[in-house]
Design a protein around this ligand. Sequence first.
Ligand code: HEM
Length: 498
Amino acid sequence: MLSLDYSKLLILAVVIAIVLFWPPKNKSFHRRGIDPGFLNLKVWPARIWFLLRGRNIVEQAYLQEKDAPYLLQSLNEDSLVLPPKYLPELRMLPGGKLSASEALVTSVLGQHSGVDVVLKDRQHYDIARVQLMRSLPTLVPILSAKVDSILSETLAACSTADFTHVKIKEIVSALVLRTTLLTFVGPELCENTELQWLVEEFTNIVRDMAIFLLFIPKFLRPVLWPVLPPTARMKRLHERVRRILFPKTEKNVKSSRDFPTVIDHFVATSEIVDEKEIVAKFLVLMAGALHTTKMSTSHAIIDLCASPECVDELRNEALAENLNDLPWHLDQVSCLKKLDSFLKESQRFNPPNYLSFDRIATSTFTLQDGTAIPKGTFISMAAGPMAMDPGYYEDAQTFSATRFCKTDESAVESGAEKSQWAHEFVSTESGNIHWGHGRFTCPGRWYASAVMKVVIAQILRKYEVKFPEGQRERLPNVYLDLIVEPNPKQVVRFRARE
Ligand code: HEM
């Protein structure tokens, strides 16, 4: 009798918990894709549909009703996709109304994998925006020398006689991982293969943890995450990274360096140096920097192969700016205007993500046209379709490498805004939210742009780069939900120039 009462109480408690904690559905917006329905009972069909058709749903919605907001059940969150007309109003809203970091954490379910360390303060953002940017004049020549040595090593088999086939993913991974680590941890540790493996593994564990959590109702996640297998893996990973970055036998590695690393900046800007917290922030910042830079660099090299008519002009610009093939300097890199424009166009065609400008409404607020945004709403905008919108870019479907560096009036008409920086890869014009937009725009974009320009300029100077025999166009990108990745099967041929 007593045990029966307990079981009834348990059922009642579960029902109350479900009713109390199930997210309320926002009924005031039209929905695209599959509605997860009452009590989210159809959330899995909605998620799977999104996984397979996310890009098409976003594209169709933009073509049919560009100015209408709509709800879309993504893999994790129910997102409110807002039209670009709201961008001027939303872009500078403060953290008290919109938070980009909270959106980042929510999108990878990072509350349980330690990604939420970015919500503690703005240290990671400020270091990328301020210290890293200030270091660029010192860093660029050092990174340039590193790019050369990685290229010589990974393309050692390459001669002036024959083309060598290389998987784009492999060469770009080596270039981006080792240069980013050089910046973050310095010349000794950047070649530590254990650390190289650990920083890549971090992203895998965050992904695995998110997948596990998707199968667990929200209200049970705080109870169950500590016993999930990825949690133990993540704990061990943090410990191993800490032992490498902060060894107990203190040897003064800093003394042999010409520049302060990102880890040095974390230490210098911490009121109290908490090694565990620095490791957590280091891993998140590395992960953000690595994936995006790898994808963009791969797309750019593939676009060089797809647009052989651009190569001579881009190469001549690189040769003219750096006559003697010495390590690149920041002021020389800044003069590579045609390369800037080429990279912008490559990004326009291959955006990092089909949705961008991810934000969480941190309080309820009303837009000027009366649209109410409830607290907790996950907001995004259709970055992919915006980039192909003829309203923003003339002849939008054509890849035009010089689109952003034309000096005549047509540059303005074709999407580049009338500013002396409009050609720059890091600039954002109407229609471009690939670096985000407004108050929280990517703070690492100057760094990413400098590294990518050095990589592409050195490839142009030293190698001929082509698709395999018979291939004329890019292999189609891979679209998984809204992530846009270069085709992993893409191989390119390199031949050393005389
Ligand atoms: C091609 C490479 C990159 C792309 C396309 C990219 C793109 C983005 C985008 C779209 C955002 C969100 C901005 C917004 O919503 O307004 C972002 C945020 C951010 N990015 Fe980048 N990024 C790149 C490279 C980097 C690098 C190399 C670093 C660091 C060195 C970096 C550090 C950050 C940080 C700290 C944030 C803010 C995260 C937060 O809100 O807590 N990014 N990036």
